[in-house]
Design a protein around this ligand. Structure first.
Ligand code: ZN
Length: 344
C-alpha cells in the first residue's frame, strides 16, 4: 500500500520552486525530456528530470499548477536509526514518524510541506468469522461500534457533533461580519481537530476488530441521495468530508493490520429491530420495537443491525470510489494524485 505523509519542512524553497515552474513551462512548450535543455534555468538536473517527465511527456498537461520539487527515490537517503530522511541535493533533513516501510518512492517538496510517498507492507487480509458493525450516522457520537458475538458496544467521538456545531456558529458570525480570512482560518482549525479525532476513532475501531478477531462492517452510504428528511437525520456528516475521511482512515488502518472491511446496504439499518428483525419505531435517540418489545439506543440498535447484515455482493470498489466526484470533499481528504492516502 502506498501512503503519502505530509511533513512540514521549515525551509524557504521559493527560489527553487520558481525555477521548477520555469522548467515545467519550458517542458510544456518544447516537449523535451532532457534536463540538458533546461540547464540554463539552474535547477538540479535530478529534479528537472522529474519535472520534465511530469509536464512535458503528457500532451494533455497544458499549464503549470501547484508546482513542487520532485525528488526521486535515488535522491533520498534514509537514516532509520534516527528516523531521518535526507535529501542531499537540496541539503534537507526531515524527521519522520511513520512506521516500518518498504521504500520511499519519491518526495515532493512544496512551499510548506514535504509529501513523502511511502510503500508500506500489508498484512494478508484474514477471513473473519464475525464482524463488528460501525454506525456512523449517529445522533451523538461520531461512531457507534457493536459486537453481536459478545453484545459489547463502544461509543466513540462524543465531541464530534459539539465541535461541528461550535465551529459552524463561529463561522457564521464571522461571515456576517465579513471576516473571510478568519473564516478560512477557523475552517482549517476545525479540519485539523476533526482529522485528529478521525485518526483516533479509526485506530480504536481497528483495535476493537483485531482484539475480537473480527472484520469491520460499514454502511455503504455513497449511493444515497439525500432527501431533506435524510439530511436532517445525518447530523454529523454525510455531506461533509469528515465522514469520508473517517471511512478512509478505517480502511487503510485495517489494511495495515490485515482486517477485512466490508460494506452493506444501509436501507433499514436504523429502522429494523436488531433483536427480531421487524420494523420498529425510531424517534431521535430512542428505538422501540412494537413486535418484540425491544428497547434500545437508536445508534446501538443500528450498529448491531449493520454487524449482522449480509454484504451486498454486487457492490464494486469503483462504485464506492465515486465519492471522488463529490465536491464537498476537499482534495486533501481524498488523498493524492497517485491514489495514495495523504496523511500528516
Ligand atoms: Zn423486535
Amino acid at each position: 500500500m502506498i501512503l503519502t505523509y505530509k511533513i512540514k519542512h521549515n525551509r524557504d524553497f521559493s527560489e527553487e520552486l520558481q525555477k521548477a515552474r520555469k522548467v515545467a513551462e519550458f517542458g510544456i512548450k518544447h516537449r523535451t525530456l532532457s534536463s540538458k535543455d533546461v540547464a540554463h534555468i539552474g535547477l538540479k538536473s535530478m529534479i528537472s528530470n522529474q519535472i520534465l517527465r511530469k509536464y512535458a511527456r503528457n500532451k494533455k498537461v497544458k499549464s503549470v499548477k501547484n508546482i513542487k520539487l520532485t525528488i526521486p527515490n535515488q535522491g533520498i537517503k534514509i537514516d532509520a536509526d534516527k528516523h531521518i530522511i535526507r535529501i542531499p541535493c537540496v541539503k534537507l533533513a526531515l524527521e519522520y514518524q511513520f512506521p516500518e516501510f518498504e521504500k520511499i518512492n519519491q518526495i515532493e517538496l512544496g512551499k510548506t510541506f514535504a509529501y513523502v510517498s511511502v510503500t508500506i507492507p500489508e498484512n494478508d487480509i484474514q477471513n473473519p468469522t464475525n464482524y463488528v458493525g460501525v454506525d456512523r450516522n449517529t445522533t451523538g457520537h461520531i461512531a457507534t461500534v457493536a459486537n453481536p458475538e459478545t453484545g459489547k458496544v463502544w461509543k466513540l467521538g462524543k465531541k464530534g457533533l459539539h465541535i461541528h456545531t461550535k465551529y459552524k456558529n463561529i463561522r457564521k458570525s464571522l461571515q456576517k461580519k465579513g471576516k473571510y480570512r478568519k473564516v478560512k482560518q477557523i475552517k482549517d482549525r476545525e479540519s485539523r481537530i476533526v482529522k485528529d479525532l478521525n485518526h483516533k476513532i479509526s485506530k480504536k475501531i481497528v483495535e476493537i476488530a483485531v482484539q475480537n478477531n473480527s472484520g469491520i462492517k460499514l454502511e455503504d452510504l455513497t449511493g444515497i441521495r439525500q432527501t431533506a428528511k435524510q439530511r436532517k437525520s445525518f447530523r454529523y456528516s454525510l455531506n461533509s468530508w469528515s465522514f469520508y475521511q473517517l471511512q478512509q482512515f478505517i480502511e487503510y488502518k485495517a489494511k495495515l493490520q490485515g482486517v477485512e472491511v466490508v460494506y452493506i446496504d444501509p436501507h433499514y439499518t436504523s429502522k429494523s429491530c436488531s433483536r427480531c428483525g421487524l420494523i420498529g419505531n425510531r424517534n431521535g435517540k430512542h428505538f422501540k420495537c412494537p413486535s418484540c418489545g425491544h428497547v434500545d439506543h437508536a445508534d446501538i440498535n443500528a450498529a448491531f443491525n449493520i454487524a449482522v447484515k449480509d454484504v451486498n455482493v454486487d457492490q464494486s470498489i469503483e462504485e464506492r470510489d465515486s465519492i471522488e466526484g463529490n465536491t464537498d470533499i476537499p482534495k486533501e481528504a481524498l488523498g493524492s494524485a497517485d491514489g495514495s492516502i495523504l496523511l500528516s
